[in-house]
Design a binder for this molecule. Structure first.
Ligand SMILES: C[S@@+](CC[C@H](N)C(=O)[O-])C[C@H]1O[C@@H](n2cnc3c(N)ncnc32)[C@H](O)[C@@H]1O
Length: 474
């Protein structure tokens, strides 16, 4: 007899309440709601052979049970390190007892052993919501993974990489994971392994950061991916839903080149969606085609401590931090624990820019901030100075270390503050930081369009007005 999903969800709440909060963080215990588990299981292809299913970090077994409802006959191997959850898991898989094994072991350790000794059959299917936790550089997990040829910085990528390597040819894997692997620089070896060993069949993203693990209050951008070991890479189905109810889901087939740009040495994985595609005429140019560059703010303050000037005075130069800018523009100098200026010296001068028109984007936005990209126009007329220091918490758009044309800078600021740009950026970037590399990799309107936006721009535009302005671009 199989359990229904409402019952599984009740057990999930019950088990959750019994978990030690420290263990929750230690083992990344955020369990999958049954609606998501069912969606994930539905992604497996109709099966031509008896299934051997892997579920690593199985929790109470929500994913394995959802998969067992799709796959007949199925033999399950599940790993769960936490004894409380393992109790639930064993009981939940009991109806399938003859065909299931619950391993009370560390999956990484067991999987690396299996791979080294080529023990056990290849799995035909794998379904995972792996633990999310950083792996220290000298940790046992890091070293074990390295033995299996896997270099990664987070347990989730280690779990997925091992599951991939344990799949039989044509075996399928469905996983829900954070999006950070898509373009995080440290995940490049993982991306290479994934793209070398598998074809990507499906990518699904949620609009809301909170939706997938709402019950656990997890603010994490998640992605569901389906891979086939050794599959021929064809078009990829990319889908998108406002939340984890999957209501209003939109899906479309895209050429693989839209997911991983041909020749991209970083092997970034993009998840373009319908809405974004509809805007492609706006996102048409690279920054270099526009003659614009972007860098992080050159002044790393702790290196110039000895030159700090709390307030401006003779022989100082303004030092601009993100707290100097808000919706109303520049407020400088400001009472703050950080200095407002630097004393001039050859050491300081190296990091200054001539006072000009720059577009400034905060590198770190608060998680709950409405937009990830928050851009400000630095207007040289608001600062009586020949040169200026932009602190390292900024990204600075410039032209050859000089200011930009004023109208172009205004247009670029309006563009960067538009909701459509923010949505596109979020789909591309899984992390909450805004890196200069991400801004460099983004596409922008033509120079003519930016100049048009710059001409139409008035001070104090509301979000709606900015979005309406962008919508007028044909
Ligand atoms: C994100 S939870 C997901 C649980 C379940 N797959 C689900 O979807 O509801 C990850 C699970 O992995 C388990 N875990 C963490 N580290 C593990 C390890 N090294 N080996 C086996 N299980 C582990 C945790 O105890 C936790 O139950």
């Amino acid at each position: 007899m199989q359990m229904n999903s409402a019952h599984i969800d009740r057990l999930r709440y019950e088990a959750n309440a019994r978990l030690d909060p420290r263990a929750k963080a230690e083992f990344g215990q955020f369990m999958t709601p049954s609606r998501i588990a069912e969606f994930m299981a539905s992604l497996f292809s109709p099966q031509a052979r008896p299934a051997v299913l892997l579920d690593a970090g199985a929790g109470i077994g929500s994913l394995a049970l959802a998969a067992a409802r799709q796959l007949h006959p199925v033999r399950i191997e599940a790993w769960e390190i936490d004894p409380v959850l393992r109790g639930y898991l064993t009981r939940n898989l009991a109806p399938l007892a003859a065909a299931s094994t619950v391993h009370a072991e560390d999956f990484i350790e067991h999987a690396v052993n299996r791979l080294q000794f080529r023990a056990g059959p290849g799995f035909t299917h794998a379904i995972l919501n792996p633990p999310y936790k950083k792996i220290g550089t000298a940790s046992r997990h890091r070293l074990l993974l390295r033995q299996a040829g896997i270099e990664t910085v987070n347990l989730y990528a280690g779990f997925v990489a091992l599951a991939i390597l344990l799949l039989a040819p044509a075996g399928e894997l469905v996983a829900i994971v954070p999006r950070s692997f898509c373009n995080g620089p440290y995940y490049r070896p993982f991306r290479e392994l994934l793209l070398r060993e598998c074809a990507i069949d499906r990518l699904h993203v949620f609009e809301s950061r909170r939706s997938a693990f709402r019950d656990d209050d997890v603010l994490q951008e998640n992605l569901i991916l389906k891979l086939t070991r050794g599959g021929a890479q064809g078009d990829v189905c990319v889908s998108f839903s406002p939340d984890a109810s999957f209501d209003g889901m939109q899906a479309r087939m895209l050429p693989f080149a839209a997911i991983v740009a041909p020749g991209d040495p970083e092997r970034f994985i993009h998840v373009p969606t319908e809405e974004v595609e509809g805007n492609d005429h706006i996102f048409s140019h690279s920054l270099s085609e526009l003659g614009i560059e972007v860098c992080t703010g050159p002044v790393v303050d702790f290196r110039l401590k000895e030159w700090f000037a709390p307030q401006p005075g003779r022989g100082t130069v303004p030092l601009i931090y993100p707290h100097h800018y808000n919706g109303a523009g520049l407020t400088w100098p400001r009472e703050h624990k950080k200095p407002n200026a630097l004393h001039r010296s050859p050491e300081v001068d190296k990091w200054l820019l001539p006072n000009g028109c720059y577009v400034l984007v905060k590198r770190f936005s608060a998680k709950e901030e409405r937009r990830r990209i928050v851009a400000y126009l630095h207007d040289p007329r608001t600062l009586d100075a020949g040169q200026v220091g932009f602190e390292n918490h900024w990204n600075v758009f410039h032209a050859g270390k000089q200011g930009l044309d004023a109208r172009l800078a205004r247009g670029l600021t309006v563009f960067l503050n538009a909701s459509a740009v923010d949505r596109r950026f979020r789909r591309f970037s899984g992390h909450t930081q805004v890196n200069a590399t991400d801004l460099r990799n983004m596409r922008y309107p033509s120079r003519a369009v930016l100049l048009r936006l710059g001409r139409a721009c008035r001070p104090g535009l509301t979000q709606d007005a900015i979005d309406a302005l962008l919508a007028t671009i044909e």
